[in-house]
Design a protein around this ligand. Structure first.
Ligand SMILES: *Cc1c(COP(=O)(O)O)cnc(C)c1O
Length: 408
């Protein structure tokens, strides 16, 4: 498929075709797995299409990056060996004294990267409930150079107004100045004159939400989740349409070196071919289960963006194309009741992570969010009776029967 026709194509067609063309040497329909660390040069410094060393560029990765850029409606994508590797690349754009504003319930590992590594290098960081735009405005500083949020969030599935935060940033950034440049530092030597706005789109996937279209500068994914989709790899990605940011991010991708191997790139390309079909079924199953849970006498509360009872349901339906595959619910009877349920499930597996074809269930207070002190957990609403489900693409009636047996 030509570049022009894939640009114009709809999402499901782009999942399968964007960035991929038959192999020019053999006509192989699948992008080959280029297991090579280097490329032969015809004369010193003369090589094909930028392929000199595989940390800098690998053809399997190039195909994946073009595919991911298309799925997010962006011009440039960079793939990484993990979601946190992608975030690390973003944080390298900042300098000592810069301030980072995070949404209050970001992924624990994202907070740890800033608080335990980049704070040590002089970054400042605060968190704010970004469902409240006035609070975001109040938290912006003249030194803020990165605004980072996740929507829907984990595990409370709070939905943040991506375009609303863009407006707040633009207003706050009006008077900001960049500071002195240091040309000896290469692309990163020019200080950012305004905050970079990054949305972690892991929970929604590009099928449900495209943050660039709502004003984000960069989209980040943990491809370990829905993009990989089969719980068999760890990877990350960044997508942007901003040329300057793309140059800076690509520079740091190569300089810091957290790139994925060719086999993982191949597996992701195989996965994105079914992203639309998987997401459709994740959403369909999750909506059925959320409705069923809402009517269950042993369930106190169900949190699912696709239900009218969700506090930001209207916003979710404007900003997303469906409710997603994640559900959180509070079971009556607190920790003992939740523990019994989690021990009794058979089809749902008791495990961390999410976004795979198989259904998972977990207890945030004891598992994924245990590192947050109890009072802070309580402030976020992470109750001891809270259970998080990553609804897979099995038959929904089998999934409901499994939950029924476990709750009863
Ligand atoms: C898993 C996850 C990450 C971290 O990604 P890794 O691939 O594990 O490094 C970041 N953000 C969200 C929302 C995640 O779920």
């Amino acid at each position: 498929m030509s570049e022009h026709s894939t640009q114009a194509a709809r999402f499901s067609t782009r999942c399968i075709h964007a960035g991929q063309a038959p192999d020019p040497t053999t006509g192989a329909i699948m992008t080959p797995v280029y297991m090579t660390s280097t490329f032969v040069q015809s004369s010193p410094g003369v090589f094909k299409d930028g392929y000199d060393y595989a940390r800098s560029k690998n053809p399997t990765r190039t195909a994946l990056e073009a595919n991911l850029a298309s799925l997010e409606g962006g011009k440039h994508a960079m793939a990484f060996s993990s979601g946190l590797g992608a975030m690390d690349c973003v944080l390298h754009q900042l300098r000592q004294g810069d301030h980072v504003l995070l949404s209050d319930d970001v992924y624990g590992g994202s907070y740890r990267l800033i608080d335990k590594i980049f704070r040590h290098h002089g970054l400042e960081c605060t968190r704010v409930d970004m469902t409240n735009l006035a609070a975001v405005e109040g938290a912006m500083r003249t030194t803020t150079r990165l605004v980072w949020l996740e929507t829907p969030s984990n595990p409370m599935l709070k939905v943040i107004d991506i375009a609303g935060v863009r407006r707040v940033i633009d207003k706050a950034a009006a008077g900001m100045k960049g500071g002195a440049a240091d040309t000896t530092l290469g692309p990163l030597g020019t200080p950012l004159a305004r905050p970079m706005y990054v949305v972690d789109n892991t929970f929604a996937s590009p099928y449900l939400q495209n943050p660039l279209a709502h004003g984000a500068d960069v989209v980040m994914h943990s491809c370990t989740k829905y993009i990989g989709g089969h719980s068999d790899l760890v990877a990350g990605a960044l997508v942007t349409s901003d040329e300057t940011l793309a140059d800076r991010l690509r520079f740091a991708q190569n300089a810091a070196g957290a790139v994925p191997g060719a086999m993982d790139c191949f597996l992701m390309l195989r996965s994105t071919k079914t992203l639309h079909v998987r997401m459709q079924r994740h959403c369909e199953n999750a909506l059925a289960i959320a409705r069923w849970l809402s009517e269950h006498p042993k369930v106190e509360r169900v949190i699912y963006p696709g239900l009218a009872s969700h506090p930001q349901h209207q916003l979710a339906m404007r900003q997303m194309r469906g409710g997603g595959g994640m559900i959180s619910c509070v079971v009556k009877g607190g920790l003992p009741a939740a523990r019994t349920m989690l021990e009794r499930v058979k089809l749902f597996s008791l495990a961390e992570s999410l976004g795979g074809v198989e259904s998972l269930i977990e207890h945030p207070a004891i598992m994924t969010h245990a590192s947050i002190p109890a009072p802070a957990r309580a402030a976020l609403g992470i109750d001891d009776g809270l259970v998080r489900l990553s609804v897979g693409i099995e038959d929904k009636d089998d999934l409901i029967a499994d939950l029924e047996r476990a709750i009863a």
